[in-house]
Ligand binder design. Structure first.
Ligand code: PDD
Length: 285
């Protein structure tokens, strides 16, 4: 049984209750983070808490905890749940109001909810084969840099992939790559790793940062720049990255093979560096 945290109390997830008047429920009015935990250590916690602070400030929701407060709750959730590797979901909504009203309540009582599940990383067979993706027009709003709980557009876009047996939807806006429905996308062309620049059109991924740091550390040629749709369609390699998928090769896009149709050498190398980096972090390095 999973133990969650809801507004100051640790309790079984199945018993947790919130008001139907919560603005998180009515308006998708909230912020969230997904934090991977390896060997009971949260990965890149400071960066996740910093990004949460960025989202909360932008949506004008006072941060209910400082970094130490968040770290304490997360440590407790990790300790109270059975898995060694976990995926922590952290959610802050603008809380309940007496009546439905678009404008913020005069007295804000944010709802803070954290839960955990076993972190299931990609099975070896899928890593060896890579995954298939489809593409779609990115019709989301112009603040995709914010990790808000209003994810209907992302859900609709991810479902496009699921409906045709694919793992992810690669998004293009005005002829340029933005990201995936729930991941960032990297492109390899002619031995160079390409990443779209952070902007209001994509989420600044924590895994994205780690990948670029590893590229720099290992002197892997890499360029952060806008990437044309055509460059994606004729790429040698495509990868999706996220806290739960880590670094995963996309080997088919819209039913056409990406490069050789198998995970490429640079992706395999980055995956190995990523695993090695995780192990270092778990050792406290
Ligand atoms: N999603 N872009 C989008 C739209 C995302 O939803 C995510 C992650 C990412 C990758 O970010 P990070 O590397 O920090 O996980 C990029 C999480 C995992 C989710 O919503 O479940």
């Amino acid at each position: 049984m999973s133990i969650c945290y809801l507004d100051g109390t640790y309790q079984p997830l199945a018993e947790a209750r919130i008001s139907p008047m919560d603005r998180g429920f009515l308006f998708g009015d909230g912020a969230y983070e997904v934090i991977p935990v390896y060997s009971r250590r949260p990965f890149r916690l400071d960066q996740h808490i910093e990004r949460l602070g960025h989202t909360l400030a932008a949506i004008r929701l006072p941060n209910p905890h400082d970094a130490a407060g968040w770290a304490a709750i997360i440590a407790e959730i990790i300790a109270r749940n059975p898995w060694v590797d976990q995926s922590i979901y952290l959610h802050v909504s603008r809380g309940p109001d007496d009546k439905r009203n678009h404008a913020f309540p005069a007295q804000m009582r944010p709802t803070v909810f954290l839960t955990s599940e076993a972190l299931v990383t990609t099975p070896a067979a899928q890593l060896a084969k890579g995954v298939a993706a489809v593409s779609a027009a990115d019709f989301r709003w112009l603040r995709c840099d914010l990790k808000t709980t209003a994810l209907l557009a992302n859900c609709l876009l991810r479902q496009v992939a699921v409906d045709c047996g694919c793992a992810e939807t690669v998004l293009f806006r005005d002829g340029f790559l933005t990201e995936g429905a729930a991941s960032n996308i990297f492109v390899v062309r002619d031995g160079v790793l390409l990443a779209p620049p952070k902007s209001h059109l994509m989420l600044p991924g924590i895994t994205y940062d780690v990948v670029l740091e590893l590229a720099a550390r290992h002197a892997l040629p890499h360029v952060v720049r806008e990437i044309l749709e055509d460059e994606v369609r004729s790429a040698d390699e495509l990868w999706m990255t996220s806290s739960t998928k880590e670094v995963l090769a996309i080997t088919a896009l819209d039913e056409r093979p990406v490069g050789s149709g198998e995970p490429g050498p640079m992706g395999r190398q980055m995956y190995a560096w990523y695993q090695d980096f995780k192990t270092t972090v778990m050792r406290g390095g």
